[in-house]
Design a protein around this ligand. Structure first.
Ligand code: ADP
Ligand code: MG
Length: 291
């Protein structure tokens, strides 16, 4: 039978806006030493904005923005929304065809009779498109925490968009509290290493695992577990679900995807990182009372 104190702990967690799926989750949450955070929408606001547009090779900034927005019309990625917002509602964008989403990299499509690629440096490298010309600028933007997105047209570099997603208001304070409790804090992201490092420094994380394709996120958790760590994964996206399932405790941020919530052992009703502190403190207090 489930001990009374566990039931009380689950109830207490609910009072703090933390929904606990199974009684076991509190026990596991009391034994963690490592907390892994998704970046976009978990540590950051998840509402990125285009901060710079640069054109190359006789293309214009206006063309770069218009094509990028047209390519992103069907995407629900946070970067796609930033690009569409910058183009504006009245942009009258052309339709693309043969659109292919390349998860964790970007996309490719035909637009106005041209072959286009939109995404990160890894995508351009994979398609043997030269981005050298823009790398210094991209790295400079990345070092300030912006994500560079490249546009290539018919195999030629056409533009670079720098997109910035600021930290959530409570991230620094909540992570400080978690550090104070002795946890090792890690960022796990598909974004590039330089951008991820810049944001991790600002947020105060101990380690960054960057450039991870969606399928690699669960694998990154496995490696931490194999090194002997007890790991919680905190995320909100569809891409995070396998990692949430693999972690000793998966914690879904409120307002995230249904898949994340269905997979997680705990769900935070409020989209607030201080709730992670509450959840872990309640788990520890509950298990202490049982001994
Ligand atoms: P995160 O871990 O931050 O959620 P993703 O795995 O969703 O990152 O994406 C990783 C990287 O792939 C992004 O930082 C971006 O460079 C590129 N990317 C993915 N989807 C798109 C898109 N629709 N448009 C442009 N770039 C994209
Ligand atoms: Mg994501």
């Amino acid at each position: 039978a489930t001990p009374m104190s566990i039931i009380a702990g689950v109830g207490r967690a609910a009072e703090f806006g933390v929904l606990v799926r199974d009684a076991d989750a509190l026990q596991r949450a009391s034994e963690l030493d490592t907390l892994v955070f998704d970046k976009t929408g978990t540590l950051t606001k998840g509402a990125p904005q285009v901060t710079q547009i640069v054109a190359f090779n006789d293309f214009s900034e206006a063309q770069v923005l218009r094509w990028a927005a047209a390519l992103e019309q069907g995407s629900n990625h946070p970067l796609a929304k930033a690009i569409r917002d910058r183009a504006g509602e009245n942009a009258n964008l052309p339709a693309s065809d043969r659109l292919r989403t390349l998860r964790g990299l970007g996309l490719s499509a035909m637009l106005e009779g041209r072959t286009m690629l939109l995404g990160n440096a890894a995508l351009l490298a994979q398609q043997q498109t030269e981005a050298q010309q823009a790398m210094a600028l991209a790295n400079e933007q990345a070092a300030q925490g912006a994500t560079p997105v490249f546009l290539a047209v018919d195999g030629k570099l056409a533009g670079l968009l720098a997109i910035r997603d600021p930290l959530r208001a409570e991230s620094v304070a909540a992570l400080q509290r978690l550090h104070g409790l002795g946890y090792r804090l890690i960022m796990l992201t598909g974004d590039n290493e330089i951008t991820a490092q810049a944001i991790a420094r600002e947020a105060g994380l101990d380690q960054v695992i960057a450039g991870v394709l969606p399928d690699g996120k669960a694998q990154a958790i496995v490696r931490l577990q194999q090194a002997g760590h007890k790991v919680a994964m905190i995320g909100d996206g569809i891409n995070d679900a396998p990692a949430l399932a693999q972690a000793d405790v998966g914690i879904a941020m409120g307002g995230g995807s249904d898949v994340a919530i269905e997979t997680a052992a705990m769900t935070l009703m409020r989209h607030d990182l201080h709730s992670v502190v509450d959840a872990l403190a309640i788990a520890k207090a509950t298990l202490r009372n049982m001994r």
